[in-house]
Design a protein around this ligand. Structure first.
Ligand code: SDX
Length: 430
């Protein structure tokens, strides 16, 4: 049996054989590269729900089974046994590091935790109440100007240095987005600390008192960074790949990813979940909001619910919900919103509307509750997501740059505009 599918244009009888490409796991794909040349047609797939944009060996998702793996390692095992910095290495290099490699990797990241002193002036151009995602995107894009003519993106070693620069600097930038908003002086990185401890010190320390982050909080944050590191060809990763396909400066590609992640349909959902839970306010109000989410005439959607790929539980949500419960117990915190969230989940998952559409809690449904327990304000939640996801964006960008089928991304369209017509001078128009 040939590994092909036959496409027949029933209007003309013309047909073509398209190769079927099979990956290591997951659905095979139909290679339609020559469809337009052979049959004079495009495919049509708004939102790319059935479109494989690339080959990738980094992350595998099975939405039906609720499976997420990075380089073959199940997310549950990485969450339990790894660290964010080790997952960054895994995503980029494809293998877990040995002790020497990990030490070298950590040392390499630490040489890039500082940002140019002039960059600190950049923050002050923002309004005092600017959303930190706007600041983060602007600052990351500005860093492109510091490494524009000195980075040869065709050179793998320089791409790797870029990856270390971004991973090293994101905690510095994220902490400054927060400190600028609350009027605190910026804190320099302290490379004697671990990656997450360094971030927490830059973010939460006060000049007038000693600061030591709680080990429980450090572990919880490291876990959240692991769970947000990469997720196949999601909207922001696809943005980074499309920008990268134009051979754009990699910092500008990451800034484009930050812009896309900010949307509440994507990474901005974690902040939107907390706003939604605050608005619900009490378990007795839940049904009213569930009814609104089901009402086609109401634009309200249940934030943190549903996913383009997961038609089962998002495995990250399961891990985060457990970690959230454990954190609240360990920190002896009573968080009413956690109770509201669990009751909302229970009610929604018993409702035919959500069951029939396979709408389950996603990664954003519980993550905000952990960030909140760690005293991270809601407007910073997506900044945290971007800090972690920059590792995945970089791994995907590096894979794109090494792809033997590399070419600029340029989708087509189904034109629904006017037929050709002649220009009418202003004085002759009705
Ligand atoms: C992330 O892609 C990724 O991997 C993303 C991410 C990552 O790690 O990168 O996992 C991170 O972005 C998670 C998603 C965070 N967003 C939200 O929680 C926002 C709320 N969710 C929805 O906006 C929605 O579910 C999306 C955007 C996540 C998915 O949209 P789809 O795949 O286009 O789904 P759809 O709009 O086709 O929905 C199918 C049906 C529709 O109803 P019908 O037209 O069939 O009657 O389900 C309904 C939708 O109206 N629906 C919802 C809903 N989500 C879908 N109804 C109420 N509340 C919701 N949340």
């Amino acid at each position: 049996m040939p590994d092909t599918v036959t496409i027949i244009d029933n209007r003309t009888g013309k047909q073509m054989e398209c190769p079927v490409l099979t990956g290591v796991m997951g659905p095979p794909v139909i290679d339609i590269k020559h469809l337009y040349k052979e049959l004079g047609m495009f495919t049509y797939d708004p939102g790319y729900g059935a479109t494989a944009s690339c080959k990738s060996a980094i992350t595998y998702l099975d939405g039906e089974q609720g499976v997420l793996m990075h380089r073959g390692y199940p997310i549950e095992q990485l969450a339990e046994q790894s660290t964010f910095l080790e997952v960054c290495y895994l995503l980029i290099h494809g293998e877990l590091p040995n002790k020497r490699e990990m030490d070298e990797w950590e040392a390499g990241i630490k040489t890039h935790t500082m940002t140019h002193e002039h960059l600190s002036r950049f923050y002050t151009g923002y309004r005092y109440d600017a959303h930190p995602m706007s600041i983060m995107g602007g600052v990351v894009n500005a860093i492109a100007s510091y490494y524009h003519n000195t980075t040869d993106i065709q050179d793998r070693d320089q791409r790797l240095i870029t990856a270390k620069r971004v991973i090293g600097k994101m905690p510095n930038i994220a902490s400054k987005c927060y400190r600028y908003a609350v009027g605190l002086p910026f804190v320099y990185p302290d490379n004697s600390k671990s990656y997450v401890e360094n971030f927490m010190n830059m973010t939460f320390s006060r000049p007038c008192e000693k600061y030591t982050p709680s080990p429980v909080a450090v572990r919880a944050l490291d876990l959240l960074f692991i769970l947000h590191a990469d997720h196949e060809q999601n909207a922001s990763t696809s943005t980074v790949r499309l920008a990268g396909s134009a051979e754009t400066n990699p910092f500008a590609c990451i800034a484009a990813g930050i812009a896309t992640l900010w949307g509440k349909a994507h990474g901005g959902a974690n902040e939107a979940v907390i706003r939604m839970l605050e608005e619900i306010g009490h378990p007795r109000n839940i049904q009213k909001y569930v009814n609104r989410a089901k009402d086609k005439d109401d634009s309200f959607r249940l934030m943190g619910f549903g996913h383009r790929v997961y038609k089962n539980y998002d495995p990250r949500a399961t891990i985060i919900r457990k970690a959230c419960h454990e954190l609240l117990v360990e920190m002896n915190l009573n968080q009413p919103m956690f109770e509201i969230a669990m009751e909302l989940e229970r009610i929604a998952l018993e409702d035919e509307y959500f069951i029939s559409r396979k709408l389950y809690p996603n990664v954003d449904f519980y993550s905000g509750l952990i960030y909140q327990a760690l005293n991270i304000p809601a407007e910073m939640f997506t900044v945290m997501f971007a800090l972690a996801r920059s590792a995945g964006w970089l791994a995907q960008w590096m894979e794109l740059m090494e792809d033997d089928e590399f070419r600029i991304g340029r989708p087509r369209q189904l034109y629904t505009g006017k037929q050709i017509r002649n220009y009418v001078p202003l004085n002759k128009r009705p």
